[in-house]
Design a binder for this molecule. Structure first.
Ligand SMILES: Cc1ncc(CO)c(N)n1
Length: 217
């Protein structure tokens, strides 16, 4: 079994809950209130800030240029298409692009900062793999519906499905699978703990978004 499959098997319950969530179900059915989506986007934009720093750090720690290039291309996509998606969506929903981080967001920001400061590629990858793989898993079944939804719902599905995004997840997983063989037992435990915590935070983030983060107008 590949390392990333093994890691996923450790967290089957949280994984399933995060990838079959009432929040994303409602998003894809267009039954999510604008307030819930807007508040989620405000918090997620704060998540993305930390994510960009973490991904940039992973790019810097990749063993070769070939290992770095797909990560750097993905960084460009987040800072391009995805960044403008956030700004256009929050504008269309008539909310501010700036908000105060809620506890579930702070928890993620702290995990990402710890991963970045670890200076260890495998720890960074552990968080990156979880974040992107969970989004691929929830969004892929809804891929065909995206075009019929308002853009702030539909494009969120499109950004996290399709061949290009599946390729990003395959790349991140391959990076972690490849380095796993070089890790000693202590390092494997740390990677596993990071992975488990990241999945738990993904679930908690959707739970909080479904209850409804406060909207910053
Ligand atoms: C909380 C969270 N996890 C993962 C992603 C995917 O990048 C996201 N946008 N937000």
């Amino acid at each position: 079994m590949k390392a990333t499959q093994h890691l996923q098997s450790l967290v089957a319950d949280d994984w399933h809950a995060a990838t079959h969530h009432p929040f994303t179900q409602a998003l894809a059915e267009c039954s999510l209130s604008n307030d819930k989506m807007a508040a989620y986007l405000q918090q997620d934009y704060l998540f993305v800030e930390g994510f960009v720093r973490l991904l940039a750090s992973a790019v810097a720690h990749a063993p070769t240029l070939a290992d770095a290039v797909p990560g750097a291309q993905f960084l460009g996509l987040i800072c391009g298409q995805e960044n403008t998606y956030f700004l256009r969506s929050m504008q269309a929903l008539e909310v501010s692009p700036t908000a105060k981080p809620e506890p579930e967001t702070v928890a993620f920001q702290e995990l990402m900062e710890r991963a970045r400061r670890s200076e260890r590629y495998e720890i960074m990858l552990s968080v990156l793999v979880v974040a992107e793989w969970i989004y691929l898993d929830w969004a892929t079944p809804f891929e065909d519906r995206a075009d019929d939804l308002p853009f702030w719902l539909g494009e969120w599905i499109t950004l996290h499905s399709g061949e290009g995004f599946a390729g990003v997840v395959a790349y991140l997983r391959h990076q972690l699978d490849a380095i796993w063989g070089n890790l000693d037992e202590a390092a494997r435990v740390e990677v596993s703990e990071t992975f488990i915590q990241a999945v738990s935070l993904e679930r908690a983030f959707f739970d909080a978004a479904w209850v409804g983060f406060p909207v910053a107008k």
